[in-house]
Design a protein around this ligand. Structure first.
Ligand SMILES: *[C@@H]1O[C@H](CO)[C@@H](O)[C@H](O)[C@H]1NC(C)=O
Ligand SMILES: *[C@@H]1O[C@H](CO)[C@@H](O)[C@H](O)[C@H]1NC(C)=O
Length: 370
């Protein structure tokens, strides 16, 4: 009985997609389900008003005073989006004055594991400073560019980070907050690395089962995303996360980490390996539950895959020191399955894909093409 209350509530929330997790499945996978539901109604109108531009400036956090104050009064104080304990580089965005008009769709940036909103001067924590700087130089304003930090940016904790309910709920609320604050129906999202799979889940909405709880993210917000750009993602997991690693390191975990599956087919061994398998092997691995859910690979439990935006683009490199050659059981792990287009950047490292492709990111968002 205990299992059904949250699931029943969850099913009430999710109108656009049908979500149902049978008790048997939960038991078999060892879930100890704790109830938590949350949802917020989205509303608003598009604002279009061409006016002044930004200039070639280096973005400086934190959020503007106007946005900071608005977050307090609009009921978002508990989420601590400014995260000032992590410094001024932990957040960016907001109107410079109350009645500042927007002329572009707001862009929301979701960083990867150990990273943050803006560059904090440390390795692997360059944030979205380069992208924001480029967008500002093209006439965007801080009222149209929003970045938040999830996690504590500590590199030595990177193996502990998972697609947790806490992180997902907080990021989902951030997207809702930006939409409400800017009074728009649609935003653009640029995500990097683990930020891509976090973003895909919050756009999909619905229930999530992490290591300790079940949470409900609310209805899908796929119609509220115009362009979704995912850079250097691990949508099918990472080959470095073998089963031994998966049991030791949460980030590689079977439920909410980047476990890629331990064999090409679900119940049989074959000679191919995670990285060497090709499309012709037609692998159907049983991989990370959350990733299978996002990719629609277990529709009976997690519903079908949603299109994460009107336009979806994927960027990657096949010389990425984290993602490797990008092949995971014969699939490109950085390819978001319903992408309208993708771009492969030769010789780029994991963070370079974010900092050195700013013109291509701008093109994807503004021209909706790659
Ligand atoms: C449910 O989520 C809210 C906000 O995300 C949090 O404040 C609350 O403590 C959670 N409740 C439980 C029982 O986990
Ligand atoms: C913010 O980042 C800059 C580098 O972009 C760095 O010099 C500065 O110390 C950082 N500030 C804080 C408070 O972390």
């Amino acid at each position: 009985m205990k299992f059904y209350a949250p699931l029943f509530l969850a099913s009430l929330f999710v109108a656009a997609q049908c979500f149902y997790v049978p008790e048997e499945w939960l038991k078999k996978h060892g879930y100890n389900v704790k109830k938590n539901t949350s949802s917020r109604h989205l509303h608003g109108k598009n604002r279009i008003n061409p006016k002044k531009s930004g200039g070639d400036v280096i973005p400086v956090g934190p959020f503007s005073d106007d946005f900071t104050q608005w977050l307090e009064t609009a009921g978002y104080a508990d989420y601590n989006f400014p995260s000032l304990h992590l410094g001024i580089n932990a957040s960016y965005g907001g109107k410079e004055f109350k009645d500042q008009e927007l002329k572009h769709n707001p862009v929301i940036f979701i960083h990867g594991n150990s990273d943050g909103a803006l560059d904090d001067g440390t390795e692997f924590s360059s944030g979205f400073s380069a992208t924001i700087k480029y967008f500002l130089s093209k006439g965007y304003t801080s009222a149209e560019l929003y970045a938040v930090t999830w996690g504590d940016r500590k590199l030595d904790k990177s193996f502990t980070r998972i697609h947790s309910c806490a992180t997902l709920k907080r990021l989902r609320k951030f997207v809702e907050a930006v939409m409400e604050y800017t009074n728009v129906e649609q935003v653009d999202i640029i995500a990097h690395s683990m930020g891509v799979t976090l973003a895909r889940q919050i756009i999909k909405g619905g229930a999530v089962l992490d290591l300790t709880e079940i949470c409900e993210l609310g209805r899908t917000i796929k119609y509220n995303v115009k362009t979704f750009l995912g850079i250097a993602a691990a949508n099918y997991g990472l080959c470095m996360c073998d089963i031994d690693t998966a049991t030791k390191l949460p980030v590689c975990g079977v439920r909410v980490g980047f476990f890629p599956g331990s064999s090409c087919k679900k119940h049989e061994d074959s000679s191919v390996s995670c990285a060497s398998a090709t499309k012709q092997d037609k692998c159907e691995p049983s991989y990370s539950h959350i990733l299978m859910g996002i990719n629609g690979d277990i529709p009976e439990f997690f519903g079908s895959m949603v299109r994460e935006g009107e336009n979806i683009f994927s960027f990657w490199s096949e010389e990425d020191e984290i993602v490797g050659s990008n092949s995971v059981w014969g699939r490109k792990t950085s390819f978001i399955p319903l992408s309208n287009g993708f771009k492969v950047f030769p010789n780029m490292k994991h963070h370079q894909l974010k900092t050195d492709t700013v013109a291509e990111q701008y093109k994807a968002i503004v021209e909706c093409t790659v």
